[in-house]
Write a protein that binds this ligand. Sequence first.
Ligand SMILES: [Zn+2]
Length: 237
Amino acid sequence: MPAPKTPEAKAEWKRRIRDAHVGMRGHHHSEATKKKMSDTQKGIPRLWLLGHKTSEETKRKISEAQKGRPVPLERREKLRLAQLGKHHSDETKQKLRASHLGKKYRTPSPEARKRMSEGQKGKRYSPETRAFWSAQRKGEKHWNWKGGLTPLPDKFRTSPEYRQWRKAVLARDDYRCIDCGERGGRLEVDHIYPYKYFPRLRLMLENGITRCHDCHKKTPTYGLRVRNYMKTHAFAS
Ligand SMILES: [Zn+2]
């Protein structure tokens, strides 16, 4: 039955509906009934809401009632997929930021942690999944990526000439780090005049120096630092 047009008739109509439900007061439908009622309504457009404006007060109440309600996993997944590859607008970012400000993230209690750990036990991920995760964190994608150990192309690094040069430098330095003096360990042979910028000095014994990995990392020519080094150092050619 469509709602009557005039305000008076509409009020009367609403009153009658309310009266008809008096018997329902304090009564709750069973879950099965609720589902049936919901199913019969599904897909039916709620035409009586057309042109209807929810008041600010009602909106606030709805919002208030929703607060703290967990979002079902299924819906969360849908939201996640819809958001994939998208970026929030600056306005949204500002809102998100504001809503997170002052929020306290508690570390989970030992009991909660134990429960979480129990939940993870026995979980197995497919080799594909694990390979994907691993690839996500390797090399350049690793958060601690420093631009790579001396940028030697593999072709050069595996060449007999390079191997011979490296061995000669190590032998000359008695397999000791020039900086800390440690013998053996993780030794690397560094180019004093950077490999990239001095191609003709690549295989010169005098241009090689032995350093342990840790000391090598501290040099001003290590990884991406070499660019800056070249900018600030004048080399006589
Ligand atoms: Zn060292």
